[in-house]
Design a protein around this ligand. Structure first.
Ligand SMILES: [Zn+2]
Ligand SMILES: [Zn+2]
Length: 341
């Protein structure tokens, strides 16, 4: 029972040749357009006026069709935050004016073992926020737009003290380690001071420094690998103790090769993990709000999207881009297209 609602946003119209320079590709194909199949006014629906949307590496993979299953036109964006403008009759958790967010999925079956254990992200019938097909057969479109309406189960309430811009990336990229000794592994020694002094890591390893990597062999219980670019896994596996786990949460976009012998000989595990379920996501946002944890962000205007995507491809951001949709998606459609081209 969804009625149509008009929203406007940015989309990539077709896949094109991914070897094409990204800037040209995006300028040619990303257009501000009107699309009208956002679902609103259902009894369970929460409608958000989008104010900020984080840019995730997955968005870049999607517009470049790195996974080979992008359904163009694609409207990226799954770190969506804004203000509730309308709620359906059966919605009690949210009221008009609340701050709220929508992450990576907008529906699931609600009946399978994974849904029953509040890990909807592993539901075989989950529906992604964008680049997926909704129950009614229409494509889903993401948060690089001004409005979205989503079933209440998939909306996260933002406590009043949680900033919308700094909180946006938590909806996908928010990862927290409790009570552990934390080592940051990075290709760039320039991040060491910040990792130790400001972010509170216990130690820092430069993955390109072979001496450092050699000395740290067999010392880690687990590694959370957040890298979204292709990279070598053997050096990371070597860092693990016996029984250690390498958990991949980034999406390198290419098939990975795993060295078998070091896994066998160390009884080591390589695993994957996606985002959490909705219950966990709400708990994470509440925890972050209580302890003033937000993402380090660079807020950019909507028409900076091409440059932001290029910089993201080069790893040139500390540490997440968030689009200021509320203030910068105001320009009339024609003017925005003119500025982009
Ligand atoms: Zn993401
Ligand atoms: Zn399910």
């Amino acid at each position: 029972m969804w009625a149509n609602l008009s929203a406007q946003g940015y989309m990539r119209k077709d896949g094109g040749d991914t070897l094409f320079p990204l800037r040209r590709l995006l300028i040619l194909h990303v257009q501000l357009i009107l699309f009208n199949n956002f679902r609103a006014n259902g009894d369970d629906a929460v409608t958000l006026k989008i104010l900020y949307c984080g840019i995730c590496h997955t968005d870049l993979h999607s517009v470049k069709d790195d996974f080979g299953f992008s359904m163009f036109p694609v409207v990226p964006g799954h770190e969506i935050v804004g203000i509730v403008t309308e709620v359906g009759k059966k919605v009690t958790k949210f009221k008009v004016g609340d701050k709220a967010g929508v992450g990576c999925l907008v529906d699931s079956c609600r009946a399978c073992p994974n849904c029953n254990q509040d890990v909807e992200v592993y539901c075989p019938k989950k529906i992604d926020t964008y680049n997926d097909i909704y129950h009614d057969g229409t494509p889903t479109y993401g948060g690089f737009s001004d409005m979205i309406a989503v079933d209440k189960h998939f909306v996260v309430l933002f406590p009043d003290n949680m900033p919308l811009d700094g909180g946006a990336p938590l909806l996908c990229a928010g990862i927290t380690a409790f009570g552990l000794k934390v080592t940051v592994i990075s290709t760039s020694p320039s991040k060491e001071k910040e990792a130790i002094e400001r972010l509170g890591a216990d130690s820092f390893l430069v993955s390109r420094d072979l001496k450092q990597m050699e000395a740290a062999k067999g010392t880690l219980d687990g590694i959370i690998d957040t890298v979204s670019a292709p990279h070598a896994f053997l050096p990371l596996i070597d860092l693990l103790k016996c029984h250690g786990k390498l958990v991949i949460v980034g999406v390198p976009g290419k098939l990975i090769e795993l060295p078998v012998i070091p896994l066998l000989m160390g009884k080591k595990l390589v695993a994957g993990s996606a985002i959490g379920g909705l219950k966990e996501t709400q708990e994470m946002i509440d925890f972050a709000a209580k302890h003033n944890v937000t993402a380090d962000i660079e807020v950019v205007p909507m028409d900076y999207i091409n440059t932001a995507m290029e910089r993201l491809a080069k790893g040139d951001v500390r540490y997440r881009f968030v689009i200021d949709i509320g203030n910068t998606l105001k320009a009339p459609v024609t003017e925005m297209i003119k500025r982009l081209s």
